[in-house]
Write a protein that binds this ligand. Structure first.
Ligand code: FEH
Ligand code: ZN
Ligand code: ZN
Length: 351
């Protein structure tokens, strides 16, 4: 089968012909219909030798949707939600050790033994879904998607789930009369705007550096969107009755966006730092952060939350802005993402 393989650190991934996997034990074989491309893929591709615990080579792709084509002999004993051959599914990607309390509860994203495994999940040290087939360790990692198009479903497993999990951690700050600010309206941010509108009572203000991203924010339901400028914190306060934001989700994570985030938060406000843009915060008392400041560093999400995200999408409450490329054009898609040309989420379709 065709697969996009990372074979050497610091080198571009390359298409290769590899054996189609055969499921054993509890494993499930999924024929891939779409695999999302994530900025984390770029971090992995660009990593120096030894920076990540992953063993080369492996197939990239941690945001995958497809159809179950075969079950290992023990798979039916762990089938969740009636996953059977022929079922179309999205794959919960942050596979952990599989046996700790967190993994047993479907919170593999916070596996207690992450330091004992050489991966973060599908396509992240384990063979992923930028390929014709994906071997999934257990049916518990699969969520049925019904007739959701794969290009809509795949991004739910990472962009959607990560945004949903970040919002979930801020929920106490998102009651009636509150305001949330989304910084970075890309593959994750545009879904965060929709998830905030669909699951909270907050007003949603959006910030980005690109005009077309502001248009995407508006299409996603933002109450107000503005370009990132030196006076953006003032402009946002002005749109919010002179009061700061109750919550900020920073999907960029640079020094500039963190400065804006902490500058716009009201006392008692909460910041979810999702983007890995290299910025940092100094947390000190006395210090410059607002009193009552709360910070979370959410990572991906839980399997149960993925089922909730899929349910939102199937209800019509989420629409992914996605652009498809054939898997054979993966390098073109990677280059486009790298130079900031991607609109919404990029998905690769096996050709
Ligand atoms: C995956 C692995 C490591 C860091 C970040 C990620 C995210 O893309 C998962 O949502
Ligand atoms: Zn990702
Ligand atoms: Zn675990």
């Amino acid at each position: 089968m065709r697969a996009l393989r990372l074979t050497a650190w610091g080198e571009a991934p390359a298409p290769a012909e590899v054996e189609r996997p055969v499921p054993h034990g509890t494993e499930v074989l999924v024929r891939v219909e779409a695999a999302g491309l994530c900025r984390s893929d770029l971090h992995v591709i660009d990593s120096a030798p030894g920076a990540l615990p992953y063993r080369l080579p492996f197939t990239l792709g941690h945001e995958v949707a497809g159809q179950v084509t075969a079950l290992g002999p023990d798979a039916d004993g762990v089938v969740a939600d009636g996953v059977v051959v022929g079922e179309r599914v999205v794959v919960y990607g942050p596979w952990g050790c599989g046996s700790c309390a967190r993994c047993a509860a479907g919170s593999d994203n916070y596996c207690d033994r992450r330091d004992t495994v050489a991966w973060h999940g599908a396509g992240l040290g384990r063979d992923g879904g930028m390929a014709e087939y994906l071997l999934v360790p257990s049916a518990r990692h699969l969520v049925p998607i019904g007739d959701l198009p794969a290009g809509q479903a795949a991004p739910l497993s990472d962009a959607g789930l990560t945004s949903y999990h970040a919002v979930a951690g801020l929920r106490p700050a998102l009651g009636e009369g509150t305001t949330a600010v989304v910084i970075g309206v890309g593959g994750l941010g545009h879904l965060a705007v929709q998830i905030l509108r669909a699951t909270t009572e907050s007003r949603v203000l959006a910030v980005d550096v690109r005009e077309d991203a502001l248009a995407l924010a508006d299409r996603s339901g933002a109450d107000f969107s503005t370009l990132m400028r030196p006076d953006t914190a003032r402009a946002l306060r002005a749109r919010n009755g002179g009061v700061g934001a109750d919550a900020v989700l920073d999907f960029v994570g640079t020094a500039q966006t963190l400065e804006l985030a902490t500058g716009i938060l009201r006392p008692g406000g909460a910041l979810a730092l999702v983007g890995s843009g290299g910025g940092s915060l100094t947390v000190a008392k006395p210090g410059v952060l607002p009193p009552g400041f709360r910070l979370s560093l959410p990572f991906w999400g839980t399997r149960q939350e993925l089922a909730e995200v899929v349910a939102l999408a199937r209800s019509g409450a989420l629409r992914v802005e996605a652009e498809s490329f054939p898997l054979s054009a993966a390098q073109k898609a990677i280059d486009r993402l790298r130079r900031g040309g991607a609109r919404g989420r990029t998905v690769l379709v096996p050709d």
